[in-house]
Design a protein around this ligand. Structure first.
Ligand code: URA
Length: 238
C-alpha cells in the first residue's frame, strides 16, 4: 500500500494532508524518515510512525446526514459548531466530504476514509448534485430560461446549470431546483447572484442518484461503502 494511502487510512489526515505530513518529514517507516508519498509500505510488517507515534489502520466508516443550518463542514472550528459533533456513535476523527456552507442544509457524506473522495467523488467523476434554493424574489420562466443559458458569476466565471426548474412549492415561484456538477465554493449562490437573485435558503437534495428523503434535520445513518456507492450510482433514498 502507498504511504499516503496508509496514512489517510489511519484516520489522521485526508489524502492531501497526508502528503503534506510526509513531505514535512514527520513520517517514518521502520525508523527512517520517508519523504515519498508513493513509497510502498507493507501494513503487516512495516512500522509507520507520525511524530514517533505508531500508526494503525482503522475501520472505515461512512455516514450520510441531513445537515442542519448553523453547523460548519469542518472537523473542528473555533467559533461555530461542527457537523461531525452531531455524530455520537463514533469516537474517531471524521471529515465531511463535499462541503456545504454553514447556512446550507441537506445531504452530506461524512467519513474517516481519506481516499473516498479521491476514488468515488473526485470531480473527474462528474457526479451531479441537486439543490433546492429559495430565492429572495419570485422568478419567471423567461428569467429561468436566461439562467439555463448561463450566467456570469460575481467571481468572474460563466456558468451553466445542468438543470434548473421552478418548483411547485410555496411561496410561489420562489423555489428553484438546481443541478450542478462543478464543485466550486458557493456555486449555487453565485449562480443565483449572476442571474439577479440571492438565495435565502439552500437544501442539498441529491448526490448522484442518492436522494435525501427520510432523515430528519440533524439525523444521520451509517452505511457500508458498497451501500453508499450503490445509492450514489444506482439510486436509493436516505
Ligand atoms: N452552493 C452553495 O452556494 N452553497 C453550498 O453550500 C453548496 C452549493
Amino acid at each position: 500500500m502507498r504511504l499516503n494511502k496508509f496514512i489517510s487510512s489511519c484516520g489522521i489526515a485526508a489524502r492531501r494532508k497526508a502528503e503534506t505530513l510526509i513531505l514535512s518529514g514527520r513520517i517514518q517507516v521502520n525508523g527512517k524518515i520517508v519523504l515519498a508519498p508513493f513509497y510502498e509500505v507493507d501494513p503487516r510488517n512495516d512500522i509507520v510512525t507520525f511524530d514517533h507515534k505508531e500508526l494503525q489502520l482503522i475501520e472505515k466508516v461512512y455516514y450520510v446526514m441531513n445537515k442542519p443550518a448553523g453547523y460548519v463542514c469542518a472537523s473542528a472550528d473555533k467559533f461555530d459548531p461542527v457537523v461531525v459533533s452531531l455524530i455520537t456513535d463514533y469516537e474517531g476523527k471524521l471529515y465531511p466530504i463535499g462541503r456545504l456552507d454553514k447556512d446550507t442544509e441537506g445531504l452530506l457524506i461524512i467519513t474517516n476514509d481519506g481516499t473516498f473522495t479521491h476514488n468515488v467523488l473526485h470531480p473527474s467523476k462528474r457526479i451531479p448534485k441537486e439543490y433546492e434554493a429559495l430565492l429572495n424574489i419570485p422568478i419567471n420562466e423567461r428569467q429561468a430560461e436566461n439562467w439555463r443559458k448561463g450566467v456570469d458569476t460575481p467571481d468572474g466565471r460563466f456558468v451553466t446549470p445542468v438543470r434548473l426548474e421552478i418548483m411547485d412549492r410555496e411561496p410561489a415561484n420562489r423555489w428553484v431546483r438546481v443541478v450542478i456538477i462543478s464543485g466550486h465554493k458557493h456555486e449555487v449562490k453565485l449562480m443565483a447572484n449572476g442571474a439577479g437573485f440571492s438565495v435565502e435558503r439552500l437544501i442539498r437534495r441529491k448526490i448522484g442518484k442518492m436522494t435525501l428523503e427520510t432523515l430528519k434535520t440533524g439525523e444521520y445513518a451509517r452505511l457500508s461503502i458498497s451501500e453508499l456507492s450503490t445509492k450514489i450510482f444506482n439510486g436509493g433514498i436516505v
